[in-house]
Design a protein around this ligand. Structure first.
Ligand code: G
Ligand code: MN
Length: 407
């Protein structure tokens, strides 16, 4: 069967390829059911310096990869529509096995559902048929370089002791991370009334190879499994609300890909029962452009009774007008705006103006990342209604108490 997809590889003559930046050992896997196209893509990539392996379906590609435990491919170029496991099925199977090789999808025209799944499972890009020679080579080269960069970054992080997850065992770490997942809660307080008015739910895991929650989320992103994490977090929060029945509001972080999960909008979902009590945080760091029909999705969430907050305001990005789009009930000022606010006149001015504007618009303001009394005092005087941070309480099992400090 291997003869099916072994393509005769010619040693590359670098001299004939001015500007080629690819090393000869770079391998590409081509997945295409039409023989003529398979051979054409193979020939194009070979001329671009790749050594090429061919497969006629998603199933065959998976067999090649399984035989090599993921294989050392710099890039996979795959058709979408194929009998015996299509391109999206292949992408999903790869990510479920913890393999993060970049995938370029080739298509006549993507259907909306396939575009959404491709996004979710981290496809690198679509190429439209007929494929342009130069574009295919450039994109495949870029994918390979990115893959190499991500490996180097991984090596650097492991060397520095920052991240112990080896890409080959990502799937295992991730599974253990999910198994030991728990939710910490951090108080959000009204400092003037000395009242805890809400808690932010924050994901945590006990898996040693996942030292911070950010690592769990970035692994989930690479494996296309963000929505699984999101759904688990929401069901755990619902469980805690059922058991403890706190009378406070609960802030809960959404990943932008969670917005594509239909489960989020279901009135029957465990969290929807508590919608009136919940404020969904959407971070300003996220690229919401990738999520279609944001306005429609936001209005469905509001109809269920959820309120919305913009998280990390000031950490910007914000290619969009988040205020107009989300018309948030609450904004949470990023930690970077709060840090040393008592010693930084510019920050104080910005925060003061933000608070004034928000008050006029009826939007509540939370100052996040308060670590010392002076930050709490200044933020409060500048108009932050609510405060959150280690100064009041660290995130912990439900529900940590605040020992009121004197300001
Ligand atoms: O992006 P978001 O604002 O949801 O991030 C909240 C994160 O900030 C949590 O992981 C939480 O543990 C952390 N955090 C909460 N309070 C403080 C604080 O006072 N200082 C710092 N450095 N981090 C904090
Ligand atoms: Mn948050």
């Amino acid at each position: 069967m291997h003869s099916n997809y072994n393509y005769p590889c010619h040693p590359l003559d670098q001299q004939t390829l001015p500007g080629a930046r690819i090393r000869t050992e770079t391998r590409a896997l081509i997945v295409e059911d039409e023989r003529a196209l398979r051979l054409l893509y193979g020939q194009i990539l070979e001329s671009g310096g790749f050594s090429v392996v061919l497969a006629a379906s998603g199933r065959e590609a998976l067999e090649v990869l399984e035989a090599e435990e993921g294989g050392e491919f710099g890039v996979i170029v795959s058709d979408i529509t194929m009998p015996d496991m299509d391109g999206i099925g292949l992408l999903r199977s790869l990510r479920q096995r913890g393999w993060d090789t970049p995938v370029i999808l080739v298509t006549g025209s993507p259907a909306v559902e396939s575009a959404v799944s491709a996004l979710e499972y981290g496809a690198m890009r679509y190429l439209f048929k007929p494929v342009n020679r130069r574009e295919l080579i450039d994109l495949a080269s870029r994918a390979t370089a990115l893959q190499r960069l991500s490996r180097l970054r991984q090596q650097a992080a492991t060397y520095l002791g920052a991240e112990a997850v080896d890409p080959k065992s990502l799937g295992v770490s991730f599974a253990r991370g999910l198994d030991s997942l728990w939710i910490a809660y951090q108080p959000i307080v009204n400092p003037i009334r000395q009242e805890v008015v809400a808690f932010e739910a924050l994901v945590r895991t006990q898996e040693p190879s996942i030292p911070q929650p950010g690592v769990l989320l970035s692994i989930a992103e690479r494996l296309g499994r963000i929505q699984e994490v999101g759904a688990l977090i929401r069901s755990r929060v619902a469980q805690t609300l059922t058991e403890h029945q706190p009378q406070t509001d609960i802030f809960l972080n959404l990943h932008s890909l969670d917005l594509l999960d239909e489960g989020l909008y279901s009135a029957a979902a465990p969290l929807s029962t508590f919608a009136d009590q919940i404020i969904l945080e959407i971070t300003e760091r996220a690229a919401l452009e990738q999520v279609g029909d944001i306005a429609g999705r936001i209005s469905r969430l509001r109809q269920l009774g959820f309120r919305l907050a913009i998280d990390d305001l000031g950490a910007g990005y914000s290619g969009l007008n988040y205020f107009a789009l989300l018309s948030p009930d609450i904004v949470k000022l990023d930690i970077s705006l709060i840090r040393n606010i008592h010693q930084d006149g510019v920050k104080a001015k910005i925060v003061g103006s933000l608070c004034t504007l928000c008050r006029e618009l009826g939007i509540g303001v939370v100052g996040e990342g308060i670590e010392v009394a002076a930050e709490a005092l200044t933020a409060s005087q500048l108009g932050c209604d609510l405060l959150q941070g280690y100064f009041f309480a660290r995130p912990d099992h439900p529900f940590p108490q605040v020992i009121w400090p004197s300001l």
